[in-house]
Design a protein around this ligand. Structure first.
Ligand SMILES: NC(=O)c1ccc[n+]([C@@H]2O[C@H](COP(=O)([O-])OP(=O)(O)OC[C@H]3O[C@@H](n4cnc5c(N)ncnc54)[C@H](O)[C@@H]3O)[C@@H](O)[C@H]2O)c1
Length: 324
């Protein structure tokens, strides 16, 4: 990627998007944020002056084409997605998460964009079975078979496959990042049951008791949002990534008990109880595992900086910044 690249971030005001945006701004870049919400509350209004904002919807080719023609980005970081409540509106989930990506790829290819970085998810692997599942948790590499089942997961895999098609048939470069479970400010409010780690942090901070009925033996790979943002920016600014798919994770199994200990390190009075068993999200399948991040380390130079205690401490101090 050339020096001073023009970067557009779809979903740039979301939980992850806001950190990607902040990191770009820290590097002297003025990103263009493309989002259906004009809500800077996750960062604060100070960020408004440091970005350009386009009120747009990825389900509309016209709004994408116009934004690309106006700002001429060399790279688009595509983070916009419909996440919580996807069972309630399957058509919308697919329209935003799969067709929205295809619209973006088409508009990017037509508009001369050099690279699209797509924020995918470990959800693309679908249900984890065999040695990578409980109790052995052999780290999952990018070649692991993907059998996504639900609408969100399928939207992620479909987007990746279509991105690879555009990369093969046009001049567009495509890179997909599959994130582990992310925790960070804002997730409790918008991600429903998937915000369980945020619930442990934010309710403890508010002096509330947390009782999680089951799942204490379940391990999962969890990563702090600022580490994720770092990986996204590395993929966007890399001269030429060697691969089109990377796991972005800590490469470690974490239980809710481990996470509760990290919360107690910052909030000693936290009252958290966790029941035994697996599947604390109640998703009914083995959606949990450890993701091997060797490829991202070696090729993108990605090193997660936050262990659990540091991640929870940073989460709390960032929350206090935006909610004094
Ligand atoms: N949070 C996680 O644990 C996690 C894990 C894996 C992957 N991801 C992926 O990371 C990306 C960002 O997730 P997040 O947690 O920040 O979500 P978020 O809901 O906080 O942010 C998504 C953003 O996209 C915007 N958006 C939604 N629909 C849109 C549309 N039609 N057009 C334009 N903008 C639209 C929203 O307004 C929001 O600002 C998503 O692609 C998500 O699937 C997140």
């Amino acid at each position: 990627m050339k020096n001073n690249p023009q970067i557009m971030v779809t979903g740039g005001l979301g939980i992850n998007g806001i950190w990607v945006t902040r990191k770009l701004v820290e590097q002297g870049i003025r990103p263009v944020l493309f989002d259906v919400r004009d809500d800077f509350s996750l960062a604060g209004d100070w960020l408004r002056d440091k970005v350009d904002f386009v009120f747009g919807d990825v389900t509309s080719m016209d709004s994408l084409t116009e934004a690309i023609a106006t700002y001429k980005p060399s790279c688009i970081i595509h983070m916009a997605a419909a996440i919580s409540g996807f069972h309630q509106d399957l058509r919308k989930t697919f329209a935003v998460n799969a067709m929205g990506t295809v619209n973006l790829l088409e508009a990017a290819a037509q508009g001369g964009v050099k690279r699209v970085v797509f924020t995918s998810s470990r959800a693309a692997y679908g249900s984890i079975t065999g040695p990578s599942a409980h109790p052995t948790y052999v780290p999952i590499r990018e070649e692991h078979p993907a059998w996504p089942a639900n609408a969100y997961d399928v939207g992620k895999l479909a987007s990746e496959v279509m991105g690879n098609n555009y990369a093969a048939d046009t001049d567009l470069e495509f890179v997909a990042l599959r994130f582990a479970a992310i925790y960070g400010p804002g997730k409790l409010k918008t991600h429903g049951e998937f915000g369980i780690l945020s619930k442990m942090v934010e309710k403890s901070l508010a002096g509330e008791e947390i009782d999680i009925p089951r799942g204490g033996e379940q391990q999962d790979d969890v990563i702090y949002v600022e580490d994720v943002a770092e990986a996204v920016v590395l993929a966007a600014l890399h001269v030429k990534p060697s691969h089109t798919l990377y796991n972005i994770s800590r490469n470690q199994g974490t239980t809710l008990h481990d996470f509760a200990d990290a919360v107690r390190a910052s909030i000693p009075e936290a009252r958290i109880t966790i029941g035994p068993g697996l599947d604390y999200l109640g998703v009914g399948s083995s959606y949990f595992g450890v993701m091997d991040n060797t490829r991202a380390r070696e090729d993108l130079g990605f090193t997660p900086k936050y262990d659990l205690k540091a991640g929870v401490a940073a989460y709390i101090s960032r929350l206090k910044e935006t909610r004094p």
